[in-house]
Design a protein around this ligand. Structure first.
Ligand code: PLP
Length: 390
């Protein structure tokens, strides 16, 4: 059975070119990049090429790129750096819909002397920018807002938010794990001080990521040890991973326009087809600026997890939200923050398309979804529950 993979916000398949770039690092370029003999120096050279490739993807300078083990480490590092450098400032401003990589750290810090301000979103998933602006003050150590939401694809105006933070002398970080490679990012003329991205979301290897730190931004490392990454992230470099991430960045930048056009066209057709064939289906975040690939749809009084399982039986892979909360009985905090009832939130399914999807994939999903939803609705013990509650 062919797998139709529509869960690209959870992770992506490594592309052939990326694998091709990584393979020689396993046996030929095996030297330690810190060693000064030739086989070390040639690996070091390859890492610098990868640094430039990532920098080009986000409009940065190579020396502003720090390689990490992924989005989670980059997010943690950015916030921990800011609070280490400003121990007298005890407030962190973030949003109510961040990824667990930010939320869990903020929750920990909230229990350890910090005040965490979560800026709310409206029913479309859009940030309350006025509330954000007003929340920034002399006690704020850092503001951190995601660029694109992993569940709905809704984009936050992070460039404007970064300007607001800069006006008050506050560091600004953005989690761009879902945005990088999907929308154009050019950090040059922005006030964004730090940005996180992840290799496995852009057809690169898992366990690789980047923290961008603007030149001149005060920075304190999270990993202490050797002098790798100019003392900003200790530990022998994951050479194959870094080189794979570099290649993935180059490809993402090169194909960004055509990919996003093609994927958006498929996504829009998928949404139109579902809305026309499934009464009561609602697209979450439809009226907000969104990523081109993501569609989060609520189906009403059924369990999204059942939709996922029935689609899985016919080889279609989707999810009910963040991969990091898969299997959790709790409704999505993102959808709750947008004002959905717990029942509606639990009925939601995320389709996240990618470069390998085709028009036939969309046809197949559209062929099966109406029947699946009808079947689940006919046996749902929740039939009518929402209406009665209202
Ligand atoms: N931030 C966002 C918005 C994400 O979607 C993810 C992964 O799903 C992460 C952070 C974590 O990235 P990683 O899996 O590379 O640690």
């Amino acid at each position: 059975m062919k797998t139709i993979y529509m869960d690209n916000n959870a992770t992506t398949k490594i592309s052939k070119e990326v694998m091709g770039a990584m393979l020689p690092c396993m046996f030929r370029f095996y030297g330690n990049p810190s060693s000064s003999y030739a086989i070390g120096a040639e690996v070091s050279q390859k890492i610098e090429e990868a640094r430039s490739q990532v920098a080009d993807l986000i409009g940065a300078e190579p020396e502003e790129i720090i390689f990490t083990s992924g989005g989670t480490e980059s997010d943690n590092t950015a916030i921990r750096s800011a609070i280490s450098l400003k121990p007298d400032k005890k407030t962190i401003v973030t949003s109510s819909v961040e990824h667990p990589a930010i939320r869990a750290l903020c929750s920990y810090l909230g229990k350890n002397g910090y005040r965490i301000i979560e800026i709310p979103v409206n029913k479309h998933g859009e940030l309350d920018i006025e509330k954000y602006r007003k929340s920034l003050n002399e006690d704020t150590a850092i503001a951190s807002l995601m660029w694109a939401n992993n569940e709905t694809g809704v984009l936050f105006p992070v460039e404007i938010a970064a300007e607001m933070a800069r006006e008050k002398g506050i560091l600004f970080h953005t989690d761009a794990v879902q945005a990088a490679g999907k929308i154009k990012i050019n950090l040059k003329n922005t006030a964004i001080d730090m940005l996180s991205l992840s290799g496995h979301k852009i057809h690169g290897p898992k366990g690789t990521g980047v923290l961008y730190v603007r030149s001149g931004t005060p920075f304190y490392p999270m990993m202490l040890g050797g002098h790798q990454e100019r003392g900003r992230r200790a530990g022998t470099e994951n050479t194959p991973g870094i080189i794979g991430l570099g290649k993935a960045s180059e490809l993402a930048a090169f194909h960004l326009k055509e990919n996003s056009f093609r994927i958006r066209t498929m996504r829009n057709r998928l949404e139109k087809g579902i809305i026309e064939s499934v009464p009561g289906a609602v697209i979450n975040g439809y009226n907000a600026p969104r990523l081109p690939n993501t569609s989060n749809i609520s189906f009403g009084n059924i369990d999204g997890e059942s939709v996922l399982l029935m689609l899985d039986e016919i080889g279609i892979a989707v999810s009910t939200g963040s991969a990091c909360s898969a299997g959790s009985p709790d409704p999505s905090h993102v959808l709750l923050a947008m004002g959905l009832s717990p029942l509606k939130a639990k009925s939601s399914v995320r389709f996240s398309l990618g470069i390998d999807n085709t028009a036939e994939d969309v046809d197949l999903v559209l062929e099966h979804i109406p029947g699946i939803i009808e079947q689940l609705r006919s046996i749902s013990p929740l039939r009518g529950v929402e209406q009665k509650a209202a």
